[in-house]
Structure formats: structure tokens, C-alpha cells
Design a protein around this ligand. Structure first.
Ligand code: F6R
Ligand code: MG
Ligand code: MG
Length: 374
């Protein structure tokens, strides 16, 4: 029997700005899922990362299942009402439409799902990031699945040595899923050429070339592509199966020690380093720094173990200090150059309007016009 992991997450309101949902809100979502899970969802895990609530579900109904998606959607709708009643900031923010149409894709919440035959032992990792977008996972996935400097398993394990297949999505395309499939290691440079632009090209999934099994899936939705305008950052989720024919847990976690710069801090409009933090951490410095959490699980016959908090380990304290320093360094240069994201990624349109007005006020010096005419 196949097992499906579905994680669906949304920002439906938070305390003190975009910091974290209230306990009351998270409890309301949990109670709603608990009362309706029954036989549909044998096990689930509900958590928050920054201001986003994620519902991770284990079930037997495959990806894109209407009832599974509806359960998450209705929990978020109920939560949005709770958030409004409580006066939380951004209540219902990620629910872009009123009516559910069978699948949450395109309706606002982010979704990552995969279906597989459970191995005798099935360890996997659930990542959630806040104040950033799906391309934030490009670098960690590239390093973990394609770079032997990060992942000795690519040299040591005969199956891993056959490499991995990356499916990359062009998230600028709004008419449908525009994808390309690239094989590592043969097409490493092609892969790198795309992944260098994480706002446009996003790793959507990774597959073992030895066995054909799926190793990873990322939620690739871009809210501004859906809504036609910015309605918040996309705050992605990622599921990764680990060990055996896949990278080890440590190989998947290691790239997060870099604290690479990602888009999405401070008003969703600045580059800041991604900080690995314990589960259920909120937001602080400059509407950031962008956060990533990781819950480690085993799933067995459709049941989850308790989560282990990967980034709560003391090792990550040093990383957090380093990332905090990187964040402060970048913020020292305020709005200038690399600190702020490019124009088309800004979460606000005010500056675009301002530039239009200023553009009309530019004049050409007469001598320059004369020289050009001559
Ligand atoms: C993401 C997030 C930010 C906000 C941004 C704008 O979770 O919360 O990207 O969307 O800080 O916030 P407003 O415009 O509501 O002040
Ligand atoms: Mg938010
Ligand atoms: Mg968020």
C-alpha cells in the first residue's frame, strides 16, 4: 500500500505583525483537524514557523486528493475566522478565494506532497521556511543531492553514485507548470545556470536515478504569480526522504550551516541570510531574519513518530550567531544595492509609482542633445 505525505501551510493571522500565530489560533486549527481526521488521515502534525501554520498529514489517498486538501482548507478557513475574532494581524491573508475548488493549489496555501512505497524504515525531514520564497531551497538541495563536497554519500553509496534527477520549475510562468528535468552529475552546469536565479527557477522535486524513487518535493507556488500582485511572501515547505539510497540526514542538514542570503526579509523586500531555528520559532530582527525549521520523523504503516527538532541541537547555536552577524552586516547597507531585492520582487508598489513620477522629472542637458543630433 502506498503512503502519501501532504503538507499544506498558510499564513492566516499572527500576533504583533507577521511574528507568530496565537496559541488559540493554532489550537483551533489542531482541534478542527483532530475532529475530522478519523480514517481519512491516520496521523498528522501541526506546527508553526514564523507566522505560518503547517498541517503535515500522512494518508493513503495519493497527491492532490480533494478530501485531504479540503480538510486543510476548511481548517485554515475556520482559523481565519478565529484570527479575525481575536483581532490578529493579516487574518486570512493567504486564503485568496472564498470558494474551495477541489485542490488548494492556486488558492493561496503552499502545498508539497509525495506518494511512495514505505521502506522498512522510512525516515524523512519536514522543512518549513518563513520570510522567503521557494527558491530558498535551491542551494541546500543542490549541495545535498549533487555536490560530493557536501555529500560523501555520492561517492560512497553505489546507488547514490548513479546521481539524482532534478525537476526545476519556471515559476514566472502563470499559465501552467513549466518544467525542465536535468540529470546530475552530467548536467550539473545546466542545473547551476538555472538555480542561480532562485526567484525564477525553483527545484520542485528530486528523484533517485538508481531506483526511480522520489526523494524530495518543494512547494513551488508564488503568491504574486497567482494573485497578479504581491499578497505576502511564499514561505515554502519541503519534504525530504533520507538515508539508504538518499542522502543521510546530516548531508541534507549541512547546507543550512551556510546561512545563505535569500529574498524575503524586512517587508518581504530585502535579502537576508536564512537562519535555522528550533520548531515553532517566531520572527524578530528586521521582519526576519528569514527562518527555516526542520522536524525529523519516521513514518511506519501510516503512523508518524514524534518529531525531533533538527535545529535545536547545540551545534546550530554557533550557526545562528554567525547568521545573525551576516544579517546585521547586510542591514547596515539599508536600501542600497544587494540589500534590497530587484524591482519586480518588491512586496510594495509605492516605490515603482515614485520612480515613474521621478522619471518624468528627468531632463537632458542641452549640449548632450545637440551633440547627439550632430
Ligand atoms: C511573510 C511576511 C512578510 C510580509 C511583509 C509585508 O510571512 O509576513 O513578507 O508580507 O512583511 O507586511 P505588511 O505589508 O503587512 O506590513
Ligand atoms: Mg506573513
Ligand atoms: Mg509567513
Amino acid at each position: 500500500m502506498l503512503t502519501t505525505l501532504s503538507v499544506i501551510k498558510a499564513d492566516i493571522g499572527s500576533i504583533g505583525g507577521h511574528v507568530a500565530p496565537s496559541q488559540r489560533l493554532e489550537t483551533a486549527v489542531r482541534d478542527w483537524v483532530h475532529e475530522r481526521a478519523h480514517h481519512l488521515v491516520p496521523d498528522y502534525y501541526i506546527s508553526h514557523t514564523g507566522d505560518d501554520i503547517a498541517i503535515l498529514m500522512v494518508h493513503r489517498h495519493g497527491t492532490g486528493n480533494r478530501e485531504i486538501h479540503h480538510l486543510a482548507w476548511s481548517a485554515f478557513q475556520l482559523g481565519a475566522e478565529e484570527a479575525r475574532a481575536e483581532g490578529l494581524y493579516g487574518a486570512g491573508q493567504d486564503l485568496l478565494v472564498d470558494a474551495f475548488s477541489g485542490n488548494v493549489k492556486g488558492l493561496g496555501p503552499a502545498v508539497a506532497e509525495m506518494e511512495f512505497t514505505e521502506r522498512p524504515n522510512e525516515p524523512f525531514l519536514f522543512f518549513a521556511a518563513d520570510k522567503t520564497d521557494p527558491g530558498a531551497f535551491n542551494l541546500p538541495l543542490y549541495l545535498a543531492f549533487a555536490d560530493p563536497m557536501n555529500t560523501p554519500g555520492l561517492l560512497l553509496s553505489p546507488n547514490m553514485s548513479k546521481g539524482f534527477r532534478f525537476v526545476v520549475m519556471d515559476v514566472s510562468c502563470t499559465t501552467g507548470d513549466r518544467i525542465i528535468t536535468l540529470n546530475a552529475p552530467e548536467q550539473l552546469y545546466d542545473l547551476a545556470a538555472l538555480l542561480r536565479d532562485p526567484e525564477r527557477y525553483v527545484v520542485e522535486s528530486v528523484w533517485s536515478r538508481a531506483t526511480g524513487e522520489q526523494a524530495a518535493v518543494v512547494a513551488t507556488s508564488r503568491l504574486h504569480n497567482i494573485a497578479g500582485k504581491y499578497t505576502g511572501k511564499d514561505d515554502p515547505v519541503l519534504l525530504v526522504r533520507v538515508q539508504m539510497n538518499f542522502p543521510a540526514t546530516g548531508e541534507i542538514l549541512a547546507p543550512y550551516a551556510i546561512g545563505h542570503y535569500v529574498a524575503g526579509g524586512m517587508r518581504g523586500s530585502h535579502h537576508m541570510p536564512l537562519m535555522p531555528v528550533p520548531l515553532n520559532t517566531g520572527i524578530s530582527y528586521f521582519d526576519g531574519p528569514p527562518l527555516v525549521t526542520c522536524a525529523c520523523f519516521c513514518v511506519h504503516q501510516g503512523k508518524l513518530t514524534e518529531p525531533l527538532d533538527a535545529f535545536a541541537h547545540p551545534f546550530w547555536d554557533t550557526v545562528r550567531t554567525h547568521v545573525a552577524e551576516k544579517a546585521m552586516e547586510m542591514r547596515k547597507q539599508g536600501f542600497v544595492g544587494a540589500a534590497m531585492v530587484p524591482m519586480n520582487e518588491l512586496e510594495y508598489t509605492g516605490i515603482v509609482e515614485k520612480l515613474k513620477v521621478l522619471d518624468q522629472q528627468f531632463t537632458m542637458r542641452p549640449e548632450a542633445v545637440a551633440a547627439h543630433a550632430g
